[in-house]
Design a protein around this ligand. Structure first.
Ligand code: PMP
Ligand code: GLN
Length: 382
């Protein structure tokens, strides 16, 4: 028989899988794929155990456990001054990945254009293409990686359905400012363009004021805002996230969600709800927790031949290796670093449609201080 042609000809194994496998194969310290090498809070793990052992192992409500949706609504009201209806506007998903996929699938149709900023997180474009849309790539440039709103204005056409934003930004660590949101607001006024805001690192922002789209009613009314508990509670393997969107958009979003997964893992939702209510300080302390890790890593790397500007958010730090291997492309450099130096990193070019001439790799500093010390020691020897 003949199998059908691939629907995603550009897609292979992700760079995260490739580099983590290479790290394991060569016994390298894995600063590539983004995940902590420490556990989530004990009190949270205890609550999961409690619910696992006490009969909460059947389907959760389709849109998410009520207590968790209420906790999310309370948080965005406190932090961003945004009142959302937890019944109709908040949906708990199986990771931010599912939320991104459902949001794109809910509104992107054949022939639509979606503006994405490169380097772009790898899951956006396949979701756009599976729905018959086209990703319109706008490149952000080092070292600031800020958005050129003039360029965005020029890229908008009658076919533009959506713009995808990501702040704090993976892989660059750049964050959007209030002035950026002003520009975006002005640009979209009077249009029907939708927004998908990937805010999974909302609680890892080092200037203290994450500019969520939820702060701006004029933007929130056209936005799917996505976050992930994996980043906030050091539990990336649990794959629990959520999407906030106005009722009409949430109705469409849930049509996809209910047939992709129907609902998200039940005992973990219950545990998260308890933990968020009992330990509200966790999210408030998170920026300082990760700022210290960033500073430890950056300080240790001062004596290396890498050059860098400290990251403004996320748990990633970009480093320029042009003084070490000016001729080597970043994928080759990341592989070499893993095999020969014993530290795995992520090359940046894979997140661009047309990669610029730059020599940057991404390191994840969500690691025990001792892991960071050992990695930096190896990196400072080259
Ligand atoms: N968006 C970005 C920018 C990310 O870094 C990640 C982390 N993998 C995700 C989405 C997906 O989050 P999750 O693991 O909750 O699916
Ligand atoms: N978001 C994680 C990162 O940027 C990877 C997630 C994945 O492996 N798909 O490293």
């Amino acid at each position: 028989m003949q199998y059908p042609p691939t629907k995603l000809p550009k897609v292979g194994i992700t760079i995260f899988t490739e580099m983590s496998q290479l790290a394991a194969e060569y016994g390298a310290i894995n600063l590539s794929q983004g995940f902590p090498d420490f556990d989530g809070p004990l009190a949270l793990l205890d609550r999961v155990t409690y619910y696992l052992e006490n009969g909460f192992n059947q389907y959760a409500p389709m849109a998410g456990v009520v207590g968790l949706r209420n906790a999310i609504a309370l948080k965005v009201e406190k932090l961003y001054g945004c009142e959302v209806d937890s019944e109709t506007e908040v949906t708990v998903t199986s990771g931010a990945t599912e939320a991104l996929f459902s949001a794109i699938g809910a509104v992107v149709c054949a022939g639509d254009e979606v503006i994405v900023f490169d380097p772009a997180y790898d899951s956006y474009e396949p979701a756009i293409e599976l729905n018959g849309g086209t990703a319109v790539h706008l490149a952000l440039t080092a070292p600031a990686f800020s958005i050129d709103w003039q360029q965005v204005a020029q890229a908008i056409t009658p076919k533009t359905r959506m713009i995808i934003l990501n702040s704090p930004h993976n892989p660059t660590g750049a964050v959007l400012s209030a002035a950026d949101l002003d520009q975006l607001e002005a640009l979209l006024e009077g249009t029907d363009i939708l927004l998908l805001s990937d805010e999974v690192y909302e609680h890892i922002c080092f200037n203290g004021t994450h500019q969520s789209l939820l702060r701006r009613p004029a933007l929130a009314k056209r936005a799917f805002v996505v976050s992930s508990f994996g980043k906030t509670y050091h539990t990336t393997g649990w794959k629990v996230g959520y999407c906030i969107a106005p009722t009409q958009l949430s109705v469409e979003f849930r049509k996809l969600h209910q047939y992709l997964t129907f609902c998200t893992v039940h005992p973990i939702q219950l545990a998260l709800a308890d933990f968020i209510n009992d330990y509200p300080e966790h999210t408030l302390e998170l920026p300082e927790f990760y700022r210290q890790k960033r500073d430890i890593f950056c300080e240790l790397m001062e004596s290396s031949r890498f050059s860098f500007v400290p990251s403004e958010g996320t748990y990633f730090q970009l480093m320029d290796y042009s003084m070490i291997a000016p001729e080597m492309d970043d994928l080759s450099f990341a592989r070499w670093l893993t095999k020969e130096v014993g530290v795995a990193a992520i090359p940046i070019s894979v997140f661009y449609e047309s990669p610029p001439e730059q020599r940057l790799v991404r390191f994840c500093f969500a690691k025990d201080d001792e892991t960071l010390r050992q990695a930096a020691e190896k990196l400072c020897r080259i």
